[in-house]
Design a protein around this ligand. Structure first.
Ligand code: NAD
Ligand code: GLY
Length: 371
C-alpha cells in the first residue's frame, strides 16, 4: 500500500455528506484501507462494477484490497462504451445488486471511466432508493471531471445524460498509474476537460499546458505536470460543486464547451466522437459564438485552438443540418424557461453564463463554422 504521506487529499466541502478526492500513484492497492478511513465499516457488501478493459488489469488489485480489509466484494463486468450507457445496462447492475443481496448499508464501487462511473452512480442512486457509491476513475476524463461532483445517469436517444440523478460519492480515489494502459486517443479526450478548466478559471494551468511540448500523453506531460493537472482540476471541480451542488447557478460554468459538444455527440451518433473530442469541438464552436458577440478576442480564440491542436484533439465542426442542431439544443438539459444557456468565454481564465443568445446568432455561428 502507498504511504499516506504520498497521497494528496482534496476535500469536497459539501454541507451534507462531504467527502475527499484522494490522489496518489499506486493508491488503488490501498482502496480497502481508504474506505475504512472514510468511515465505511468492514463487513459491508461492495459490488464492484467495471468493464473488461479495466477489470483485466486492475480488478484483482481492487478486490484483493477490499477483501483484505474485511469487505465482502464481488465484481460485475459490464459492456464498455458510450453506446452501452443505457437504462438496460443500469438494469443489469440492479440485477447484480439483487443477486448479491445488497442492503441499504452496502455500496457500489465504480472502477472505470466516466461511462462506468455515471451508470454505477445512477444504479446506486436508485437501488433501494439509494446506496453509497465510491468512484475509482481510470480515465483522465473521469479523474479530472466525471468522478467528482455526483452527476450520474444514462443517455436517451434524444439527448446525452437526459436520465439521471445527483448522487455524491462517499470517496473518489484517483490512481494515476492506471493511466498507463489507457489508449492514447482516450487520454487526449481527457485533456479537453483539462483545457476547459484552464479557460473557465485557471489561466496559469492553461499556460502550463501551452508550455508542454507534448501534452497529448501522460509520458509527454511528465509526472509532475500530470500531478498538477489532476490536483488543480479536482480542486477546481470540488470548489464549484461545494458552492453549487445542484447547478442552481455557478456549476453551469463546468459545461463550457458541452452545449455544442452534446449536439455533436447526439447528432453524429453516440460513440462516433469521444465525449472529450466533442467537448473540444464544442469549445471552438462556442468561442466562435463569443467572437460574433464581440466578447472574446481573436487572439484568445487562436490560443484555445492552438492548445486543442497541440493535445491532438479535433476542432472542425461536422456537417450538420442547422435546424437539427437548433432542435437538439432545445432538448438540452441546459434549457431554462425555454431559453438556451451558453457558457461563453471572455478571456483565458474567465467565462460568463448567458441566457440571451438569439436563434439568429446561433445560425450565424453555424454558418461561419461550416466555412
Ligand atoms: P469511457 O468511460 O467510455 O472510457 C473510455 C474507454 O477507455 C472505454 O473503452 C474504457 O473501457 C477504457 N478504459 C478506461 N480506463 C482504462 C484504463 N485505465 N486502461 C485501459 N482502458 C481503459 O469514457 P470517459 O471519457 O472516461 O467518460 C465519458 C463519459 O463520462 C461520458 O458518458 C460523459 O457523459 C461522462 N461525463 C460525466 C461527467 C459527470 O459529471 N458525471 C462529466 C464528464 C463526462
Ligand atoms: N461535468 C459538468 C458537471 O459536473 O457539472
Amino acid at each position: 500500500m502507498v504511504a499516506s504521506s504520498t497521497l494528496r487529499r482534496i476535500p469536497v466541502a459539501l454541507e451534507r455528506n462531504p467527502y475527499e478526492v484522494v490522489i496518489g500513484a499506486g493508491g488503488l492497492a490501498g482502496i480497502g484501507a481508504e474506505l475504512k478511513q472514510a468511515g465505511i465499516r468492514e463487513g459491508r457488501r461492495i459490488l464492484v462494477v467495471s468493464n473488461a478493459d479495466v477489470a483485466g488489469p486492475y480488478g484483482a488489485t481492487c478486490l484483493d484490497s477490499l477483501r483484505r480489509n474485511g469487505f465482502e466484494a464481488e465484481l460485475l463486468v459490464i459492456e464498455a462504451g458510450e453506446q452501452h450507457k443505457t437504462p438496460a445496462t443500469v438494469a443489469s447492475i440492479h440485477n447484480a445488486a439483487f443477486d448479491q443481496r445488497l442492503e441499504r448499508s452496502s455500496l457500489m464501487l465504480a472502477l472505470g471511466g466516466g461511462v462506468v462511473g455515471d451508470m454505477t452512480g445512477f444504479a446506486a442512486a436508485t437501488w433501494l432508493r439509494g446506496v453509497g457509491v465510491v468512484q475509482v476513475p481510470t480515465t483522465l476524463l473521469a479523474m479530472v471531471d466525471a468522478a467528482i461532483g455526483g452527476k450520474t445517469g444514462v443517455n436517451h436517444p434524444g439527448g446525452k445524460n437526459l436520465i439521471g440523478a445527483f448522487h455524491q460519492p462517499r470517496l473518489v480515489l484517483i490512481d494515476p498509474d492506471t493511466l498507463s494502459t489507457l489508449p492514447r486517443r482516450e487520454f487526449r479526450a481527457g485533456m479537453a476537460e483539462v483545457i476547459k478548466y484552464g479557460i473557465l478559471g485557471d489561466a496559469e494551468l492553461f499556460q502550463t499546458l501551452e508550455a508542454c511540448r507534448a501534452p497529448d500523453s501522460a509520458q509527454g506531460l511528465g509526472n509532475s505536470v500530470l500531478e498538477t493537472i489532476l490536483e488543480r482540476s479536482a480542486a477546481a471541480k470540488a470548489r464549484v460543486v461545494a458552492e453549487d451542488e445542484r447547478e442552481g447557478g455557478l456549476r453551469a460554468i463546468l459545461n463550457y464547451g458541452h452545449t455544442f459538444g452534446h449536439v455533436v455527440e447526439t447528432l453524429c451518433g453516440y460513440g462516433t466522437w469521444l465525449h472529450g473530442e466533442a467537448v473540444a469541438i464544442g469549445m471552438v464552436a462556442v468561442g466562435q459564438l463569443a467572437m460574433i458577440r464581440g466578447s472574446w478576442s481573436a487572439d484568445d480564440m487562436e490560443r484555445q485552438q492552438q492548445l486543442i491542436a497541440q493535445c491532438g484533439l479535433p476542432s472542425a465542426w461536422p456537417k450538420l443540418d442547422p435546424e437539427a442542431v437548433l432542435k437538439t439544443l432545445q432538448g438540452d438539459k441546459k434549457v431554462l424557461d425555454g431559453k438556451l444557456r451558453f457558457i461563453l468565454p471572455t478571456a483565458i481564465g474567465s467565462v460568463e453564463i448567458r441566457d440571451d443568445i438569439t436563434r439568429e446568432e446561433i445560425l450565424r455561428c453555424l454558418e461561419q463554422l461550416a466555412g
